[in-house]
Design a protein around this ligand. Structure first.
Ligand code: FAD
Length: 576
């Protein structure tokens, strides 16, 4: 059997049903071995960056490992942003890259790059296969490492001569890796200590991060909240850990978190965090974070514990197992004053956008998505669209939000939705994106059309790179440097004044959608939102792009300026 044939055999043994793949000279043998293959559907996106985000969306939506195959050189380097995106958010991917033959490596050969060196710091493990005899073991290891412990990305670089060389056809069933033993147990002594501390707390909160969604521990988490009566706050990747309409759900924490959530974390006496890595978007000024609280932290990765925030009770464990163990020990306590206090914060500053009668705002669009799409997979791009989605989408128990949290990668939303729809064809899939991010991987509309993937793509078009423009407005004296997407050669380079005279927007997203064979709809007014979603739902063969023309300078609020404590947030647009 050639190395390329063993590669296909290995994918089948790992249960791979979808392979996101783009061919090229140094991967051609693996593509040759895949030709006519019935058990694996090979998906051909239009750019390797779209490809890796699609594999990422597939993995997040299904819980399986996403698999990529590209050629050497530019094929491999085009994966880099997507590898970092997935790895930051603990998404299991195995990325196979073709490589020049071993004998040419190091010679600056045509399309040679050291992809293992390039990706080493942004993935979980990267390796070049140096002997044909090792190929099966290396692939087995790759799948195991990607999905176990804290999930992540593994890069397997396969030189062309190894793809061509004949050798053993055996593929291992099991693997033992010396020095790599992901923690499978839960320390019951620590669980007992944590439960005791929670039981005695007067103002406790749960802070739930992406780890709970990764562990698919949502049901257990809801039961834990109910069994203890403790309010739940989520990070952006933790959103959906319990349903948004649950009476114990407070909201998201962070620089764009809700007033109630940020205030509750600032004033709690016990902060019980599960599956979050306390990054700077959620802590605000670090020395003021939860300063009155004892902190308990459960995380599968010991490196996440006490890295940014020093904790009182560390527990290294899988969230699902740890929550199940906690369920047997927590006691229900009536903390009426604390719950009323949080409700009061919610009422005093509810998460609501300023509404001008008759003018459509992003909240109207998100609320319409809530009404029209239940149990859906929703992907976002990055920027204001992402924050409005995380603020206003009511994820019910069956919905999933896929978003690039850690790296904040523009261009993620559309390709991730393609992967999600391939993995979960029975689910409705919605993309929320801005006009900037949409253009970063717009070529993937072709993939969605060719593979007949209906989805609703909501473009919130304000003609700006809105998140950066907002910062320029608030913190840089309205100096809109390089953020206006309507700017043309004729414009004043110091313009900060969008108005009716601005040059027209390009591209015309409706015509663009139609040129790909998709459906395009443009919405200007609030009263037309529902009709657009009704039309999108009738289109069962191709994507429907709905371009919402929104106000140009609308902001995401609240916002905690960098360096401020979480409790010190702007609730309204500041005077500038
Ligand atoms: P992750 O980064 O996904 O970390 C998950 C943690 O869970 C890791 O420590 C991992 O080791 C652990 N884990 C994995 N698997 C398991 C398991 N099985 N069991 C237990 N633990 C596990 N985020 C906010 O919250 N608020 C904001 O206001 C905010 N603003 C943002 C604005 C922009 C423009 C962008 C792009 C992002 C923003 N983010 C915000 C996202 C932010 O950058 C981080 O992605 C986010 O805060 C990380 O949350 P997390 O630690 O819960 O999740």
């Amino acid at each position: 059997m050639t190395g390329a044939e063993l590669f296909v055999k290995a994918l089948k043994a790992e249960g791979v049903r979808h392979l996101f793949a783009y061919p090229g000279g140094q991967a051609i043998d693996m593509f040759n071995a895949l030709y006519g293959e019935k058990d694996i559907e090979v998906i051909l996106p239009r750019h390797e960056q779209g490809l890796v985000h699609a594999a990422d969306g597939y993995a997040r939506a299904t819980g399986k490992t996403g698999v990529c195959l590209v050629t050497s050189g530019p094929g491999a380097t085009n994966l880099v942003t997507g590898i970092a995106t997935a790895n930051y958010d603990s998404v299991p991917l195995v990325c196979f890259t073709g490589q020049v033959p071993l004998g040419l490596m190091g010679n600056d050969a045509f399309q040679e790059v050291d992809i293992v060196g390039i990706t080493r710091n942004i993935c979980k493990y990267a390796v070049t296969v140096r002997k044909r005899a090792d190929l099966g073991t290396v692939i087995k290891k790759a799948f195991y490492i990607a999905a176990s412990g804290k999930p992540g990305v593994v890069v397997v670089d396969i030189p062309k001569n190894i793809q061509q060389e004949e050798g053993s056809s055996s593929y291992p069933e099991k693997i033992e890796i010396r020095g790599y033993k992901p923690n499978a147990s839960v320390h019951m002594g620590q669980i007992k200590k944590a439960a005791d501390m929670l039981n005695q707390a007067k103002r406790p909160v749960f802070l739930i991060g992406g780890g709970v969604n990764i562990a698919r521990a949502n049901d257990e988490m809801k039961r834990l909240a109910e069994a203890s009566g403790v309010p739940v706050i989520t990070t952006v990747p933790g959103k959906g850990a319990i349903p948004a309409d649950h009476p114990l759900y407070v909201g998201n924490i962070g620089i764009h978190g809700s007033y109630a959530a940020n205030s509750a974390v600032s004033e709690c006496d016990v902060l019980f965090s599960i599956g979050t890595r306390f990054n700077d978007r959620i802590t605000g000024r670090i020395d003021t974070f939860a300063k009155n609280a004892k902190i308990i932290h459960i995380d599968i990765d010991s490196a996440s514990i006490s890295r940014n925030i020093v904790v009182d009770i560390p527990i290294v464990a899988d969230a699902k197992r740890a929550i199940s163990a906690l369920l047997e020990r927590v006691e229900y306590k009536d903390r009426e004053d604390w719950i009323l206090h949080i409700d009061e914060w919610k009422k005093r500053h509810p998460l609501r956008m300023k509404k001008t009668e008759g003018i459509m705002n992003p909240e109207d669009i998100m609320r319409a998505i809530n009404r029209n799409y239940k149990n859906a997979v929703i992907t976002t791009d990055v920027g204001q669209n992402q924050m409005w989605a995380t603020q206003f989408l009511d994820l019910d128990g069956g919905s999933k939000l896929l978003t690039s949290g850690g790296l904040g990668t523009m261009g993620y939303g559309l390709p991730a939705a393609i992967g999600a729809k391939l993995g979960c064809p029975e689910k409705e899939v919605v993309v929320v994106c801005g006009d900037g991010g949409m253009q970063m991987n717009v070529q993937e509309l072709a993939t969605a059309v060719c593979y007949e993937l209906p989805m609703t793509v909501c473009i919130l078009n304000n003609g700006y790179l809105g998140n950066v423009r907002q910062w320029q407005e608030m913190f840089y004296n309205r100096r809109y440097s390089s953020t206006c997407l309507r700017r043309r050669k004729c414009c004043d380079s110091a313009c900060s004044d969008p108005n009716a005279e601005c040059p027209p927007y390009v591209p015309d997203f409706v015509k663009l959608a139609e040129s790909y064979g998709a459906k395009g709809i443009r919405v200007f007014k609030e009263e037309d939102i529902q009709a657009a979603f009704d039309e999108a739902k009738l289109n069962s063969k191709t994507p429907t792009i709905i371009e919402f023309i929104i106000e140009r300078e609308v902001n995401v609020l609240p916002i905690v300026p960098v360096g401020n404590p979480l409790s010190d947030m702007y609730l309204e647009d500041p005077e500038v």
